[in-house]
Ligand binder design. Sequence first.
Ligand code: ATP
Length: 248
Amino acid sequence: MPADKVILVEGLTKRFGDFTAVDHISFEVSRGEIFGFLGANGAGKTTAMRMLCGLSMPSSGKARVAGFDIYKENEKIKKNIGYMSQKFSLYDDLTVKENMRFYGGIYGKSDVFIKDKTKTILEQLHLTAEGDKLVGSLPLGWKQKLAFSVAIFHEPEIVFLDEPTGGVDPVTRREFWNLIYEASASGITVFVTTHYMDEAEYCKRVSIMVDGRIDALDTPANLKLILGAESMDEVFLKLARKATRVES
Ligand code: ATP
């Protein structure tokens, strides 16, 4: 695997019975890249992402993530990535600090590392005064930022974000994206699914899935050029219109 490619996917496929949710997708992602993974509801994004995270076995195809094979080394993949799902994984009934201690512990980090990292994150998020509050008492936007910080607490090579900013206003989304940029600048590769086209513009490259296949993959600027579109919204509509899967 070339050193600068942290995700390599070739013909990756997932079938549920005789339904092909992910259909022979192939792509590469470079270290530190912010890679947008777009598609209409039901296109197969979450299914593909779960395979790359070592959470679900593919039906066929190949992939290496952070240098590890997704069939044989999925436990190593889990240790070297961060994952923020749509239902993000913070514990509402633990405080902000307790959540960080918990995740740091899972990844085998030392007490000193956990203490220092917790302090840094709380300062970065301007949440120092909230450290001892229950996560359940925080507004959604703060919870999302916190969930992202927890997902990269152990300094993984790659972080996978599955619709991380659902349900919050554009200003909060923008703040969330500042955290993504900072993570990317520090060398963490960001793989993100989103339904918001303003967010697609923030990605270095974007792939668009239609009915389980990758229909387009390029920089936002090139996608607009190729499809003769003014905006990513227009790009998305032009491609997603072809979808035959209908999901609620
Ligand atoms: P969304 O944006 O709504 O999250 P998505 O692009 O992430 O959509 P997936 O959740 O990956 O789409 O689903 C892709 C297709 O596979 C859908 O038709 C879904 O119903 C189907 N699917 C997902 N998981 C399973 C499963 N465990 N068993 C059967 N079908 C499944």
